[in-house]
Design a protein around this ligand. Structure first.
Ligand code: GLY
Length: 402
């Protein structure tokens, strides 16, 4: 059997050429994953559409029920984002109409100022609509969101404050101005707002935040802390801690992914070499580092205490893969695409990709929200799906030379 397959492979190779065969395999991989995503998202969306309500699915609970979230939840942009990406991947107008409807439900988020996550919320929804479908009417929403986010900039420290400290579990930690590495993901919205409005304030805030984060969030090996707490007036670093990782000095997997993605994005808008260098150093930390499983889907924390018996985090892997496709375009020939391809193959395998009709109709299984909070452990998450779809789109664009 082995000989027959090898012989078949060889003859095919001779017939269409090995590179032709590779191209075919790449196309098949992308198309098969698009078909799977469409099947899952159709089921997910049909349930919501039939309810007559506008609902926003984030994950599933312990009993397998779909968890829907309010629009001020940090994850509310991913569901419409998944629809925009599906529209981009399929060209099917049905997804555009749905994406518009679920995006526009987030309209009031442009005025939200009580947390920093509006970059995710409006970036994945309105900004994707603007970018992928030329929805020029979304421009004022993007600019207003950047204004709202800018109210959280603390000039004395040079950073955007991530969380408020007057409510919830954040109020128990003794923080003054907590900034999390995740905040790097908000900068794209600020860069875009400057591009759209001509107002450089947003760009300057983004650069200040990226530079201050580069200075204070990273250890000598380029791993990242999760939370840095600042004196907002002087910029003094008061605490270096974690909220979602295993320990203050551990390497929370999604945090490393946010860092890689964030600095790659900063390079896109600034062409400042130091951001590209930073992204590459974070890459080297992740992939030359410790405790990375062979399939490249990390444990939720690289220092989790019971490795290999610890949950994986598919969301960190998907975000990493998507970032690496972009990094490949700025620094080709260093293997970033090959690494991303390997991650995508793992994610698309039955080990991580759910069978259609299961998993609350989310695409990927096995992500982690926050183990210290006992929340969302080994579950699907809408942002794992988002970065998987974005990775698929970027992979397709790279392979077609777009
Ligand atoms: N931004 C929150 C998280 O990564 O879980």
């Amino acid at each position: 059997m082995k000989t027959t397959l090898t012989t078949l492979g060889l003859s095919l190779c001779l017939l269409v050429g090995c590179s032709g065969q590779k191209k075919q395999a790449e196309t098949n991989f992308i198309q098969e994953n698009i078909d799977n995503a469409v099947a899952q998202e159709t089921l997910q969306t049909d349930i919501i559409e039939k309810s007559g309500k506008i609902l926003n699915p984030r994950t599933i609970d312990k009993d397998g029920n779909i968890v829907y979230i309010p629009i001020d939840d940090w994850c509310s942009g991913f569901y419409p984002g998944n629809m925009w990406l599906t529209y981009e991947l399929t060209g099917d107008q049905k997804w555009k109409a749905l994406a518009e409807k679920y995006t526009e439900d987030l309209d009031s988020i442009q005025y939200l100022t009580w947390h920093h996550d509006v970059g995710f919320m409006i970036g994945c929804s309105y900004l994707n609509g603007y970018r992928l479908a030329n929805k020029t009417e979304y421009k004022p929403v993007i600019i207003q969101t950047a204004k709202s986010l800018s109210t959280r900039f603390r000039p004395g420290a040079g950073v955007i404050q991530s969380w408020n400290t007057d409510r919830g579990w954040q109020s128990q930690r003794g923080w003054s101005c907590p900034v999390i590495i995740d905040n790097m993901m908000n900068l794209e919205l600020l860069f875009e707002a400057t591009r759209l409005s001509g107002d450089s304030t947003f760009y300057n805030i983004a650069v200040s935040h990226a530079n201050t984060t580069m200075k204070n969030h990273f250890r000598p090996d380029y791993s990242s802390y999760h939370v840095i707490d600042y004196n907002p007036e002087t910029g003094e670093v008061l605490h270096k801690q974690t909220a979602q990782g295993y320990a203050d000095e551990s390497d929370w997997a999604r945090g490393q992914a946010w860092a890689l993605y964030g600095y790659t994005t900063c390079y896109r808008y600034t062409h400042d070499q130091k951001y590209l260098d930073q992204a590459e150093k974070v890459y080297n930390f992740i992939f030359n580092g410790k405790n990375l499983p062979e399939d490249l889907i990390p444990y939720w924390d690289y220092d989790a205490p019971n490795i290999p018996n610890e949950p994986r985090d598919a969301s960190a892997a998907a975000c990493t893969a998507s970032a690496l496709y972009e990094l490949e375009t700025y620094a080709p020939g260093k293997g970033y695409k090959a690494t991303a391809d390997k991650i995508m193959e793992s994610l698309a395998s039955p080990a991580y990709r759910a069978e259609v009709g299961t998993n609350g109709n989310f695409i990927l299984m096995h992500s982690v929200g926050s183990i210290p909070h006992g929340a969302e452990i080994d579950v699907p998450l809408n942002y794992a799906d988002y970065y998987f779809l974005e990775g698929l789109m970027r992979k397709r664009d790279l392979e077609s030379g777009k």
